[in-house]
Design a protein. Structure first.
Length: 205
């Protein structure tokens, strides 16, 4: 990336801060194994910078035993790690718009908290491979609006549940897995990434 982030820490959690001196900010929450260097999040970061946003990548890390909790407790755990950084960043500038992008585990603070709260500034939401198999995630998505991308080979994919989410901008990718890629089909996986970023750019503009 041409713009190098500042690696900072707040409340004992590290985050990468890309400062474009903007009045708009994008917060990014990764998955457990799908980090910010992986294609979809790497190019989403590039896209947000291209569109003129500051970008904050929250770099939480959890012990495997912490995932033995109930789903709602896991969601609260991720939110409690990320939100102090969100609140801190929002207090440092007079931002006029926020975008929240989450991948897998990282969608939980978005669906369960940010989408349910009265936002202090206009906010939009991007959910890559949301955990639709979790009942509380589905409940919190009903009647809301977000850009939602999932593959039909993702274990969390459900045609029936997606049919209930007509208020969202849906990008459903045939045969794509939980990384939004097709195993052993490299070129096709790159094309998927391109198409998703094209759709996301159109959604945000």
């Amino acid at each position: 990336m041409k713009i190098k982030p500042r690696k900072e820490q707040y409340n004992n959690v590290t985050y990468n801060y890309f400062d474009k001196e903007s009045d708009k900010v994008c917060f990014m929450f990764s998955g457990t194994g799908y980090t910010y260097e992986k294609p979809l999040l790497y190019y989403s970061t590039e896209l947000m910078l291209e569109l003129g946003y500051d970008v904050v990548q929250v770099c939480y890390a959890f012990d495997s035993k912490q995932f033995e909790q109930e789903p709602e407790a896991i969601s609260a755990m991720v939110y409690n790690a990320a939100n102090p950084i969100v609140d801190y960043i929002l207090s440092t500038k007079s931002y006029t718009e926020t975008i929240y992008i989450g991948k897998s585990l990282g969608i939980l603070p978005i669906t369960d908290f940010y989408m349910q709260q009265a936002a202090s500034v206009p906010s939009r939401y991007v959910l890559f491979t949301p955990l639709l198999s979790l009942d509380h995630v589905m409940k919190n998505l009903l009647g809301k609006q977000a850009f939602l991308a999932i593959g039909t080979a993702d274990p969390h994919y459900s045609k029936e549940r997606l049919e209930q989410l007509s208020s969202h901008q849906l990008a459903i990718v045939e045969n794509a897995d939980h990384s939004l890629e097709i195993t052993n089909h490299t070129v096709e996986s790159i094309i998927i990434c391109q198409s998703l970023l094209t759709a996301l750019k159109a959604y945000l503009q």
